[in-house]
Design a protein around this ligand. Sequence first.
Ligand SMILES: NC(=O)c1ccc[n+]([C@@H]2O[C@H](COP(=O)([O-])OP(=O)(O)OC[C@H]3O[C@@H](n4cnc5c(N)ncnc54)[C@H](OP(=O)(O)O)[C@@H]3O)[C@@H](O)[C@H]2O)c1
Length: 176
Amino acid sequence: MSRVLNCIVANVVISVWDWLNKQNVVISVWDWLGKQNVVIMGRKTWFSIPERNRPLKNRINIVLSRELKKPPAGAHHLASDFRSALCLLDTAEMAERADQVWVIGGSSLYKEMMESQGTRRLFVTRILQQFKSDTFLPEINQDQYRLLPEFPGVPQDLQEEAGLQYRFEVYESIDQ
Ligand SMILES: NC(=O)c1ccc[n+]([C@@H]2O[C@H](COP(=O)([O-])OP(=O)(O)OC[C@H]3O[C@@H](n4cnc5c(N)ncnc54)[C@H](OP(=O)(O)O)[C@@H]3O)[C@@H](O)[C@H]2O)c1
């Protein structure tokens, strides 16, 4: 089944949990008519979420690993590659249950998602400050993605919290 793929990222590693909480503005945790959003993440992102907050609640949590043989405790599904993770969503049961699909990191998974086929949207929190980081979002190719002037539910104005200024940006893939 062809689905819109969404990715969500901030240009700073706060802790992934704080970051996910801040971005709940766009990543709905609602259980809408029995449907749930799907979050797909790499093994390190999964383990960077505090244990008490795993799995991310009211969402179907899929963890990617080439090494693990079974889903880490609390995760709903394990997949050995991105394609297999998406194939999990094609079963009749998942087609019924799964709503939006969100790729939530890390780097290699963002890259794979950004270079995959079909409609993709990138929800980026652009914090207006430089931080020392060791994990990065691949560059957004302006030939492949365009910055949307607005997106329903996403504030356009400058945000400020705890002395940090940031903006939400939504990019959409350009049909090639
Ligand atoms: N600021 C943000 O928006 C944001 C978002 C997400 C994460 N983060 C942070 O980024 C860090 C983790 O990111 P990361 O890039 O280092 O690691 P990651 O992608 O979360 O995890 C890497 C691991 O995931 C598995 N994996 C990734 N892609 C795969 C694929 N296509 N197929 C199969 N397995 C795959 C592999 O696990 P195995 O080694 O088990 O095979 C790989 O070693 C954490 O500190 C997290 O908090 C920040």
